[in-house]
Design a protein around this ligand. Structure first.
Ligand code: GLV
Ligand code: MG
Length: 350
């Protein structure tokens, strides 16, 4: 059983003067969380264009930022947060993990100097609800101190065996929770999985077809190593009204495999993935925007059953209250995508 504050206190600010927690998450399209190294001036200089191309810009302070560059990355993030108008594009940061020497300064500096700009803090290596409670309280104190108007949300990375074991309690830990991403690299290490890849499949993880009568070669079907964890994360997130995301795909040269991995996550319920390379932005847009043919069919279902009840046949396929709900998921997502993406809006015929 996960232990949470009493319902009345669950939505009370954790510090006097901190903003009220959201009762439901702001509606935002977040097909890709685009990672940038904020200490890199060249990349910061191109941000105006990047902001127009992506749904979320994330300034990364954790892994991939060398020890000697941690302070510059933090300062670079504060500077980019204040230098640009992000409009409908989300501004996130991935801070260092709780047991690192940088985490406290990451949070205190960022809330002090960019607290009214940042939408979401991504917290790595979350192991249980206690990690969320700590950041929740600290953020409330800092929001109150620096007069931050909107609550800064927390997005957990699911990347330790203990975190996966506790995923439901993490989802329930605070109304500040935005969602979760799978962290396949750290998770593989934490679990002792024998792969050096960052996400994606593995040629040895699969099933062998039954032997054929003629003794011919047997087909080997590769399976998705991340299926179980993504499914567990999606159920934990959706049951608490949070958003699940696939995380990173490390082989930038293999766009097709990246697309296949993102699509598995999309079909299982995820709303986006990380883009670590510009080539992955379009892949994420393609995958996490519903297919126009699927949208057209879903609209037919909604039109054929205006009050969402009963049973009808469309193109030889049975539709009822449940398929009406499935259709609504697709059409609602398409409308959200269309609100930000004029090209797709036209393809959907809105
Ligand atoms: C991401 O942080 C990962 O460890 O895969
Ligand atoms: Mg990681």
């Amino acid at each position: 059983m996960s232990v949470i504050r009493t319902p009345a206190k669950h939505f009370a600010p954790l510090a006097i003067g901190a903003p009220e927690p959201y009762r439901s998450l702001p509606v935002r399209i977040e097909r890709m969380i685009h990672f940038i190294p904020p200490h890199n001036e060249k990349i910061r200089a191109k941000l105006k264009d990047t902001i127009g191309q992506v749904d979320v810009v994330l300034g990364n302070l954790e892994d991939a930022i060398a020890v000697g560059e941690k302070e510059q990355a933090r300062a670079g993030f504060v500077s980019m947060a204040n230098a640009f108008d992000f409009g409908q594009t989300g501004l996130w940061t991935r801070i260092n993990c709780l047991n690192s020497p940088w985490m406290l300064d990451d949070v205190t500096d960022i809330v002090a100097h960019a607290g009214n700009k940042v939408d979401v803090i991504m917290l790595p290596k979350v192991e249980g609800p206690w990690d969320i409670h700590y950041l929740d309280q600290l953020l409330a104190q800092l929001e109150a101190k620096h007069k931050v108007a909107r609550p800064i949300l927390i997005h957990a990375i699911l990347e330790t065996a203990e975190g996966v074991k506790n995923v439901e309690a993490i989802a329930a830990a605070s109304p500040r929770m935005h969602g979760m991403s799978l962290g396949p690299a750290d998770l593989a290490a934490s679990r002792g999985m024998k792969t050096t890849r960052v996400g994606g499949g593995h040629p040895d993880y699969g099933v062998l077809a039954d032997p054929s009568k003629d003794g011919g070669p047997r087909a080997h079907y590769q399976q998705d190593l991340w299926h179980y964890t993504v499914g567990k994360m999606v159920d934990a997130c959706l049951s608490y009204g949070l958003k699940p995301f696939y995380g990173p795909f490390g082989d930038f040269a293999d766009g097709a495999a990246c697309e296949a991995q993102f699509r598995n996550a999309y079909l299982q319920g995820c709303l986006g993935a990380w883009s670590l390379h510009p080539s992955q932005i379009d892949i994420a847009k393609r995958v996490f925007s519903p297919d126009p043919k699927e949208v057209a069919f879903a609209r037919k279902i909604l039109e054929a059953m205006p009050d969402g009840t009963g049973a009808v046949m469309i193109d030889g396929k049975m539709q009822d209250d449940a398929t009406w709900k499935q259709a609504k998921v697709i059409v609602d997502l398409a409308r959200l995508v269309a609100s930000k993406d004029p090209e797709r809006s036209a393809a959907y015929g809105f």
